[in-house]
Design a protein around this ligand. Structure first.
Ligand SMILES: [Zn+2]
Length: 63
């Protein structure tokens, strides 16, 4: 399970690129849990909010 502070991978990586590796970033930190969920890209700090339903659908794995 995940909680606030958990790091997760999503099925679709973020559009940003990690400078050191040149790869697309796909590590998000859960920053809010409720009916809606907020995750923050650990590479660029972009925040995405989605419903819990969408999150469960898009979640690949909890790291
Ligand atoms: Zn990003």
């Amino acid at each position: 399970m995940y909680q606030v502070g958990s790091q997760v991978e999503m099925k679709k990586p973020h559009a940003c690129v990690i400078k050191e590796t040149g790869k697309k970033a796909n590590r998000w930190e859960v920053i809010r849990l409720g009916a809606d969920i907020k995750i923050r890209c650990t590479n660029c700090d972009h925040v995405v909010m989605m419903s819990r339903h969408d999150f469960e659908r898009k979640l690949k794995k909890v790291l």
